[in-house]
Design a protein around this ligand. Structure first.
Ligand SMILES: [Cu+2]
Length: 461
């Protein structure tokens, strides 16, 4: 039971409330987030919901964590997002159950359990708030005609079967959505580039971008069929801004925008009130964003503390020892820490070093160029990821990805100590173990090519 559409991440600042609020006609929504004590990514917008008036501007302010994002909406996708938002609340509620500190068996792995047994465990959880929210959303989906079994009288069928149903049903809720990357995680032009259409959809051929005229951004009037930022351009370490000006004649109502890279889990609900209506101030919007951010980053702060003080973390009932390349918290698959922990490692020549890699997909790379743009906006075919990002280099094996079939172990061989060497883009759920040896003594700086703050030092004697 996981957000299948959510983490296609490359496969996968503090609130400047005052600045954003200086202009009373503008409201700022944060896209992604990096914690001020350790680097993170969060594939979400903060706050999730914002209320505005016609004529106002929404500034989507992206923190550059290394993860590209889009802001994508329009009538083509609005209904799907509206219905799907209940599924998203459902998955968040499931994550909240996992974070409640009680032991909820994971439907992905508890293969010998029946649904009746599992529902019984959930119903007897002591964390009443998260429990009732989850059970309530289960009924809400059923009342909307979603064919889930009854939680009140749970049938004695295999849990795995129900889990599969959840996956299929939730996926079908989002089937109208368009994505800016293909099955291999490469950027596609029809959605990766900006596109604003009055009617119809972008070109069917993923390699064809919308025309230059269609790439010019009009005000958002609520009737456009497709209203897509494309991948928001990099504007420096301070982040990127994408502004949506609401037309004076936009009809009051609720409009949704999602990230066409990370999926509908990264959703903004924009409620437009009538002209002249009172709407929350920027200070109130920023306060709400901070509350929602704290809920996401607090568990990350705890896991960071475990990793830095004890050198190990608890993950799904197991103890996982460092060193780490990235860190995650159980049941929170849309956010993670982008750090190497510890930052400095020591090893002897040819001694195996094993990193536990988790969270977003990462690379471990030696001899990183000074400037390494992750997304190339002026490539011959349009917009693409830097081809050096995905490929293994320097003799490392072909990069591997794995989802949920136990811990992936990769032997990266031996790095001579000279030249560009990279694991390529690797990632696995729950994590992978990557082993490497270094043939020559020295002090090596290494980094993740995706996430700029992710740097480490290796001293080989
Ligand atoms: Cu990384």
């Amino acid at each position: 039971m996981r957000r299948r559409l959510l983490i296609t991440i490359l496969t996968t600042a503090l609130l400047a409330g005052a600045c954003g609020g200086g202009d009373t006609n503008q409201r700022r929504v944060l896209v992604d987030f990096s914690h001020d004590e350790f680097a993170t990514f969060v594939a979400e917008n903060f706050p999730k919901a914002v209320t505005v008036r016609p004529g106002q501007t929404i500034e989507f302010k992206q923190t550059w964590t290394g993860e590209p994002h889009t802001v994508t909406g329009g009538t083509l996708v609005n209904d799907s997002l509206k219905k799907g938002s209940v599924w998203l609340q459902f998955f968040s509620a499931f994550e909240a159950l996992n974070r409640s500190g009680e032991n909820v068996p994971d439907p992905e792995t508890a293969t010998d359990m029946s649904f009746a047994e599992w529902a019984g465990i959930v119903k007897s959880l002591k964390a009443a708030g998260p429990r009732d929210t989850f059970v309530g959303l289960w009924s809400k989906l059923r009342s909307q005609g979603v064919a889930l079994p009854d939680f009140a009288n749970p049938p004695n069928v295999p849990l795995a079967e129900v889990n599969k149903q959840v996956d299929t049903l939730s996926e079908s809720a989002f089937q109208d959505l368009l994505f800016a990357s293909d099955d291999n995680g490469n950027i596609v032009q029809n959605v990766g580039q900006p596109c604003y259409l009055g009617t119809g959809g972008p070109p069917e051929a993923v390699g064809t971008a919308c025309t230059k005229a269609e790439q010019r951004q009009p005000a958002f009037d609520g009737t456009q069929s497709f209203y897509n930022s494309g991948i928001i351009k990099y504007e420096g370490a301070g982040g990127n801004s994408y502004r949506v000006k609401l037309a004076d004649d936009i009809k009051p109502g609720t409009y949704y925008f999602y990230c066409a890279i990370h999926g509908p889990g990264q959703l903004s609900e924009v409620t437009v009130r009538p002209k002249g209506a009172k709407v929350p101030s920027q200070a109130q919007v920023s306060k709400q964003a901070r509350t929602e951010l704290d809920a996401v980053t607090q568990p990350l702060a705890e896991v960071y503390k475990q990793a830095t003080t004890k050198g190990e973390i608890r993950l799904q009932g197991d103890t996982v020892k460092g060193p780490f390349a990235g860190l995650v918290t159980p049941g929170q698959d849309h956010a993670g820490i982008n750090e190497f922990v510890p930052k400095v490692l020591r090893a002897k020549v040819n001694e195996p070093i094993t990193w536990h890699m988790m969270g977003a997909d990462h690379t471990i790379t030696f001899n990183v160029p000074r400037y390494f743009p992750i997304v190339d906006f002026n490539a011959p075919g349009g917009i693409r990821y830097n081809p050096k990002l995905r490929a293994a280099a320097g003799g490392a094996p072909e990069p591997k990805q794995q989802d949920g079939q136990g811990v992936l172990k990769v032997d990266g061989g031996t790095y001579s100590g000279d030249g560009f060497w990279s694991t390529g883009l690797v990632g696995a759920t729950p994590y992978l173990e990557y082993t490497l040896r270094i043939a020559k003594p020295g002090t090596y700086n290494y980094a993740c090519l995706v996430h700029p703050p992710m740097v480490g030092k290796l001293i080989v004697s």
